[in-house]
Design a protein around this ligand. Structure first.
Ligand SMILES: [Zn+2]
Ligand SMILES: [Zn+2]
Length: 288
């Protein structure tokens, strides 16, 4: 039998546990509200990209045998106005070597956009900064303080983003999306529609596509990058493909963490509108 004192202690612990549960629920509720708030704003005066060249510098899926495939993701975005490095892969040595083999000069990068803080996306950053510290850095504002402090050593300009933000003519970020692991994706506005580039798509590829449309009021021509679908069942993958199709996405190029089954199922569903991707893949688009 418990004494009165023991019973008081047990009920105190139980009440404290209940209080923690309520606080956790409240925080989650606030996060969901913030997600909705951040998507209600549109990106004004974005403009268009006319000449676009995408080069996948880092990916675990092989494509061009003259460069090294390794776990992670990085994509170089060259427009008539700017050169953006989206993510930096997991290893700086491999990133720089792949850039050299593809004839890309690290000193020509104007802006680095990091999707999220996982090492397979930020691991090559220091190696790039050693070559070029005149770049602007565009980070989700929730990045850890130690990470931001580390970048300050290189004295480059750091832009912390929360909401959808224009980076240069026709180029924008979704801002950090709050569902799951916080992450931003890049949006390129072309005359053919929007091109969305994702790092790992932790907030969900369908969610990202929906927000991209809301932020720009534009249809999606292509989504390329990590779709975060490795290990999902065929049924779950089918419903995600349905979700992407129902948003009117014309073309897809899943790579990095998308998983072999999802890549195959997207290929079957999209046919010739499926874009084969992997390290060393170059995609060019000219609309004028
Ligand atoms: Zn990740
Ligand atoms: Zn990843």
């Amino acid at each position: 039998m418990l004494s009165t004192r023991d019973r008081t202690v047990v009920s105190g612990v139980f009440l404290a546990f209940l209080l923690i549960l309520v606080l956790l629920w409240h925080q989650q509720f606030r996060r969901d509200r913030v997600t909705e708030e951040s998507t209600s704003k549109t990106i004004e005066g974005l403009g268009f990209v006319s000449n676009l060249k995408l080069t996948i510098l880092y990916d675990n899926n092989p494509y061009n045998s003259s460069v090294t495939a390794a776990w992670g993701f990085s994509c170089l975005i060259q427009t008539e106005a700017t050169t953006v490095l989206f993510d930096t892969g997991g290893d700086g040595h491999i990133l720089l070597e792949n850039m050299a083999r593809l004839g890309i000069d690290a000193s020509k990068v104007d802006v680095v956009v990091l999707s999220h803080i996982h090492s397979d996306h930020v691991g090559g950053l220091a190696a790039i900064l050693e070559k070029n510290n005149r770049m602007r850095m565009c980070l989700p504002s929730s990045f850890a303080d130690w990470f931001k402090l580390d970048i300050k050593r290189y004295r480059c300009e750091v832009i912390e983003v929360s909401n959808g933000t224009k980076i240069s003519k026709g180029v924008a970020t979704t801002g950090e999306l709050n569902r799951g692991i916080k992450e931003q994706a890049v949006l390129l506005n072309t005359q053919k529609g929007l091109i969305v580039i994702t790092g790992c798509a932790h907030p969900g590829i369908v969610n990202i596509a929906r927000i991209a449309k809301e932020l720009t009021g534009t249809s999606i021509h292509l989504i390329i990058g990590g779709f975060h679908m490795a290990g999902l069942s065929a049924g779950k993958i089918s419903s995600i493909i349905e979700g992407i199709k129902s948003l009117g996405v014309e073309q897809v190029g899943p790579c990095h963490c998308s998983g072999d089954l999802a890549r195959k199922m997207f290929k079957d569903a999209y046919g010739e509108k499926y874009v084969d991707t992997g390290v060393g893949r170059i995609i060019e688009l000219k609309t004028c």
